[in-house]
Ligand binder design. Structure first.
Ligand SMILES: NC(=O)c1ccc[n+]([C@@H]2O[C@H](COP(=O)([O-])OP(=O)(O)OC[C@H]3O[C@@H](n4cnc5c(N)ncnc54)[C@H](O)[C@@H]3O)[C@@H](O)[C@H]2O)c1
Length: 310
């Protein structure tokens, strides 16, 4: 919207919040696999490009419910693509993930590393990437797939922020612990081969994710084009770095408990962002941890209960 495009939001509200959508943005409550509603929305609003963020996102849960994850994240995405193609909508932007790479043996992570996901969630996203490649080869769509690293932060005005049920992301959990809203935070593993022994990740602000999506519009000129970008700021921060940042920003200690490593956590995951910077002229506005964390703290302070509970 701020970039001069008209936006329509479609979500089944299985995990999303109606309140997170600005009042002047049209909203369609539907499952992405509901072809009648999706096709009507594509037609009625004369949609030119679909940005696909809908997914089940809990990696641990995907291990225990692989069929449910495959159905929602793969089968229903394919239904969405069918609906688009049937309505002649040919531009697509996909939220993929660094989890498609599994445990890479090289850091930072560039686009050409082998993709070997180690959990169903990562596999789901890779399955969709492969389908997109095929559809582009067949000349049916053009697309960009962004493999996000850790999405973080909140809108600068404090109106939109993270409210996942259950919350599994480190920054909101650390803020909640600092603000006394949850018990001590568990830090999984202190013996990784990293400078302070805790895992390293790449945190990218949601506004910066968003600017990359807008920047890619102009590249999707004709069908058959396919773009892949690893989307992180390229700076690794440890779990301890995050906790210290939350302590600096809130002025409160983060109560924590150090426990054993968690199965399936790679020691380090951070992006080589050369391609996205060069090809899209992308430059993250939030390039320090404290800047990212400050926006999240503002959101959590202003919204102690998150979005209004359903
Ligand atoms: N948050 C991260 O760090 C991260 C990292 C990598 C990739 N991603 C991807 O970014 C996207 C957004 O993630 P998020 O953190 O905002 O998650 P989220 O759970 O807040 O948002 C996902 C939305 O999809 C909706 N949804 C799920 N299944 C649907 C369906 N079948 N039909 C219609 N709507 C459906 C949910 O209601 C929810 O509003 C996801 O695709 C996720 O895989 C996120």
């Amino acid at each position: 919207m701020a970039a001069g495009h008209s936006v329509v939001v479609l979500d089944n509200l299985s995990y999303g919040h109606r309140e997170s959508i600005p009042k002047d943005v049209p909203f369609v409550e539907a499952d992405m696999a509901d072809s009648v509603k999706v096709r009507a929305a594509l037609r009625d609003y004369k949609i030119e490009l679909v940005m696909h963020f809908a997914a089940l996102i809990n990696v641990g849960e995907s291990v225990h419910q692989p069929e449910r994850y495959h159905e929602n994240n793969v089968v229903r995405t394919f239904a969405l693509l069918d609906a688009m193609i049937a309505e002649g909508v040919k531009k697509f932007v996909f939220s993929s993930t660094c989890a498609t790479f599994g445990v890479p043996d090289k850091m930072p992570m560039s686009e050409n590393l082998p993709q070997k996901p180690i959990n169903p969630y990562g596999q789901n996203k890779l399955d969709v990437e492969l389908k997109l490649r095929q559809l582009a080869r067949e000349g049916k769509i053009s697309f960009a797939a962004f493999r996000y690293f850790n999405a973080a932060g909140a809108s600068a005005d404090g109106s939109i922020g993270e409210d996942h049920q259950p919350e599994t992301h480190l920054i909101p959990l650390a803020i909640a612990a600092a603000l006394g809203r949850r018990p001590a935070l568990k830090v999984f593993g202190t013996d990784y081969p990293t400078p302070d022994g805790t895992c390293l990740r790449d945190y990218v602000h949601v506004d910066d994710l968003s600017s990359a999506h807008i920047a890619v519009f102009d590249k999707l000129k004709e069908t058959g084009l396919a773009f892949f970008y690893n989307l992180g700021i390229g700076v690794p921060y440890s779990v301890e770095d995050i906790l210290k940042s939350v302590e600096r920003v809130t002025g409160k200690p983060v109560p924590r408990e150090y426990v054993e490593r968690r199965e399936g956590d790679p020691p380090a995951l951070y992006a080589d962002a050369t391609k996205v910077r060069k090809e899209l002229g992308w430059k993250p506005k939030y390039d320090t941890l404290d800047a990212i964390v400050s926006t999240a703290v503002r959101w959590h302070t202003l919204h102690p209960q998150g979005f209004s509970k359903r």
